[in-house]
Design a protein around this ligand. Structure first.
Ligand code: ZN
Length: 428
């Protein structure tokens, strides 16, 4: 009898292990198919001069969705786009890790996305054993993953992951990198605050949610993602309204805390409303621009010139992505998109190259045309397009550092100067 029980227990454990293995394999298969890498065959092979410049840069990226997937952030994976070792190999110094919590799938018979459509993020959460019912739960789960990786990286072989929560920590990161330390800065971003104001939009409740996110380390706040939510309309939503009263409260609270406001995925009205409301520069962390994207591009997903003007007038930054829906097929389209932003900035009397940055959208269910570990291809592409070293340094990281040194807690004009000086000492 005992032997039979043992056999049954053994069988159950075996079945559970097989189910877990299958679950892991299913997640890996989805990860592989959604986060493809499609290098443009005409992409330049970085030469010695490209590599020398690339290695002398402080590189910052405004958006990656690595925390959505059950891969170890600290270990090199042969699928998906990015992890700490691959970011390190590509010389990335500062990465914003965003949390995706609700992602409706595109239904072929509809030209917009609704919250109630089948939700890919919930399915993924279920098979990965993460919180299924609550978008808030999924966001906090991913923040826990980040903090766990920060802690574990101290003893793990490979580069350290260090959280950047304020302007002084940004300065310390730049100084550590200049001194040759193998350390990568990580910042937490949210891609859609869907639960904020969902059941109770009263200002006190909304502000308390923003406070909870800030306390857990959130520093880049994007109110909306790919569907209209209680904070505002999305560029791919069915109604595409502007900021709601709860959205206004949330953005003002986030700005007061020293978070960077990210209007990626915002509808034109949301961006217009936010531009009128905010006192500080905002970013659109990962995008293309509608005016110079042809063919495969998804217009709704990319910035209109009106939205781009609103962003530039705030003194903000556009993070340009590398995937074909944002910029078009072929890496030479990346500098084309950047040039459009720079021309628009120039026409508005701004310093042209101060408003462009990188927004890879690594692991964001896109087919990226530049690999995290081979980011020098991008430096080579920008050089081939005729960009000078100073402009490349601004696009690849300086612009982000300046804005963060101004916006993050403890930020000021003095911190911007100190960060600029630190960047001048060890980097191009
Ligand atoms: Zn996105």
């Amino acid at each position: 009898m005992r032997r039979r029980n043992l056999l049954i227990a053994g069988g159950l454990i075996g079945a559970a292990a097989a189910a877990l293995g299958m679950r892991g394999a299913a997640v890996a298969a989805v990860d592989r198919s959604l986060n493809r890498f499609a290098l443009d065959r005409d992409a330049p092979q970085p030469g010695a001069a490209d590599t020398a410049l690339h290695n002398a840069l402080f590189i910052a990226d405004l958006h990656a969705d690595c925390l959505k997937w059950d891969r170890d952030l600290l270990a090199w994976s042969d699928y998906g786009h990015a992890d700490l070792p691959r970011l390190h190999a590509g010389n990335t110094a500062l990465q914003v890790f965003a949390m995706v919590t609700h992602s409706p799938v595109n239904l072929p018979w509809r030209d917009c996305l609704r919250a109630e459509d089948p939700n890919h993020a919930a399915w993924l959460a279920a098979v990965q054993g993460r919180p299924v019912r609550s978008t808030r739960g999924r966001a906090f789960y991913q923040m826990d993953l980040f903090w766990e990786a920060v802690q574990r990286s101290e003893t793990y072989v490979g580069p350290d992951l260090r959280a950047v929560l304020n302007a002084s920590e940004l300065l310390a990161l730049i100084e550590a990198r200049a001194a040759g330390e193998a350390v990568i800065g990580g910042m937490l971003g949210l891609e859609g605050g869907h639960w904020v104001g969902q059941y109770d939009p009263s200002p006190g409740v909304v502000a308390a949610e923003i406070s909870a996110l800030f306390e857990r380390g959130l520093r880049v706040f994007a109110p909306v993602h790919r569907f209209d939510n209680p904070l505002g309309g999305s560029s791919e939503g069915c109604r595409r309204y502007g900021l709601t009263p709860a959205g206004r409260t949330a953005l003002q609270a986030a700005e007061d805390y020293g978070m960077v406001i990210d209007l990626a995925h915002g509808s034109e009205e949301t961006i217009r409303d936010a531009a009128a409301l905010l006192r500080e520069p905002f970013v659109v962390s990962h995008t293309g621009v509608r005016a110079v994207c042809e063919g495969i591009c998804r217009p709704d997903r990319n910035l209109s010139d009106d939205s781009l003007r609103a962003l530039l007038d705030s003194g903000g930054i556009v993070g340009v992505g590398y995937w074909a829906h944002a910029v078009g097929e072929g890496v030479d389209n990346i500098p084309r998109v950047m040039n459009h932003v720079m021309e628009m900035a120039d026409r508005r009397g701004l310093v042209a190259n101060e408003h462009v940055a990188l927004g890879s959208d690594f692991d964001g269910s896109v087919a990226t045309q530049i690999a995290a570990n081979e980011l020098s291809v991008l430096t080579a592409t920008l050089r081939r397009a005729g960009f000078d070293d100073g402009t490349i340094a601004r696009i690849m990281g300086r612009n982000v550092c300046r804005l963060f040194a101004h916006r993050l807690p403890g930020g000021s004009a003095t911190m911007v100067e100190r960060v600029e000086r630190a960047l001048g000492n060890g980097f191009v």
